[in-house]
Design a protein around this ligand. Structure first.
Ligand code: TYM
Length: 339
């Protein structure tokens, strides 16, 4: 079994990233180790440049993200952890795969629509092309499984189509590229903003109040959760219900922290006096889950040289795999000299 996932080095990582993705990476690393497989994680700096950004900050954010992933439990000795721009094979593959990607499919991508609508500056061609590079990221490693949050479902479906179209067009009966499965968690695949539970928690949210960052101090986490939007049901009703988005989101977070279902989380709060009890149960669980990550982070982040060396070592390992795939793809497509 081979697992691959990518994460952007933009902004600060939040609870949605942690529950929806980062936790699944650590689980994937363990499952791969047990089953003799391989887990590969990529910090996608080239995806981050598709929207307005500050070049000096990008490098710092890449180290921040690497340190956070290691603090969360990724071990560069057991998995491959690297920076996307260190593996040029992925960008070349992106161009080659563009020939089997439908323009109309890219036009339908929700993420492109959302991000291009909110772009105040340039809507770059890179933003439109983002999903092709994402497909190249995964397909370069011929992996079987991609742990992601719900918002990436459509991108994974697209990369499956790209792999299948490539094999049909150039494979000559062979499965040159592997069509991967997504691994979206049952609970916590779409954590919503605490102040606006109709929108997903995100780095570009309107207010910081609705976003819990992985490195937030416990007091701040408590304050943000205390102010989380619920509803005015009287008496208060702690239950999962599509009409109760705020309460449902809190139950989902609680359930994800405790590895139970949201209904079980609601049942545990059957004797609660009100939403205050729900909020303090969620605070306790989130603080307990994130505390070890925050504690380990500072020490890891302080040694930038060690982080850089670790990313470069990861890139060397990654390039070996990606280069083999790229050679097969070039050869099948008739690009370059006979291999
Ligand atoms: P990024 O950095 O925006 O998000 C990283 C991961 O966090 C998940 N996520 C969430 N999960 C639950 N609730 C939320 N509110 C929430 N917000 C974000 C995302 O689903 C993602 O798994 N396009 C990718 C980066 C990427 C990639 C790849 C992923 C580039 N190449 C190859 C997988 C495979 C992204 O959005 O990252």
């Amino acid at each position: 079994m081979r697992i691959f996932s990518g994460i952007q080095p933009t902004g600060r990582k939040h609870l949605g990233n942690y529950i929806g993705a980062i936790r699944q990476y650590v689980d994937g690393q363990q499952r791969a180790a047990l089953g003799g497989g391989l887990a590969i994680f990529c910090i996608v700096d080239l995806h981050a440049i598709t929207v307005a950004y500050d070049p000096a900050e990008l490098r710092q954010r890449t180290y921040d993200t690497a340190a956070l992933l290691i603090a969360a439990g990724l071990d560069p000795a057991s998995c491959i952890l690297f920076r996307q721009s260190d593996v040029p094979e992925q960008t070349e593959l992106c161009w080659l795969l563009a020939s089997v990607t439908a323009h109309g499919d890219l036009n339908r991508m929700h993420q492109f629509k959302e991000k291009s609508e909110t772009q105040r500056e340039l809507v770059s061609a890179g933003l439109f092309f983002y999903p092709v590079l994402q497909a190249a990221d995964v397909l370069a490693y011929r992996c079987d499984e991609v742990p992601v949050g719900e918002d990436q479902r459509q991108h994974i479906e697209l990369m499956r189509d790209i792999a299948e179209r490539f094999n049909a067009r150039f494979g000559d009966g062979r499965e040159l590229l592997i069509s991967p499965e997504h691994r979206i968690p049952e609970v916590g695949a779409r954590i919503m903003d605490l102040q606006d539970p109709e929108s997903k928690m995100s780095t570009t949210a309107a207010s910081e109040e609705g976003t819990i960052y992985v490195l937030d101090e416990p007091e701040l986490i408590k304050r943000k959760l205390n102010r989380a939007v619920t509803d005015s049901d009287d008496p208060p009703r702690i239950a999962c219900d599509p009409d109760k988005r705020g309460v449902t989101n809190l139950l989902e977070i609680l359930a994800a922290c405790k590895a139970i279902s949201p209904d079980e989380a609601a049942a545990e709060l059957a004797d609660a006096r009100g939403y205050g009890d729900l909020k303090s149960a969620v605070s306790d669980a989130v603080i307990e889950m994130l505390a070890p990550v925050r504690e380990r982070y500072e020490l890891i982040r302080a040694d930038e040289q060690a982080l850089e060396e670790s990313l470069l070592r990861g890139a060397e390992q990654a390039r070996e795999i990606a280069a083999a795939t790229l050679a097969d793809v070039r050869s099948a497509m008739g690009v370059g000299p006979v291999g």
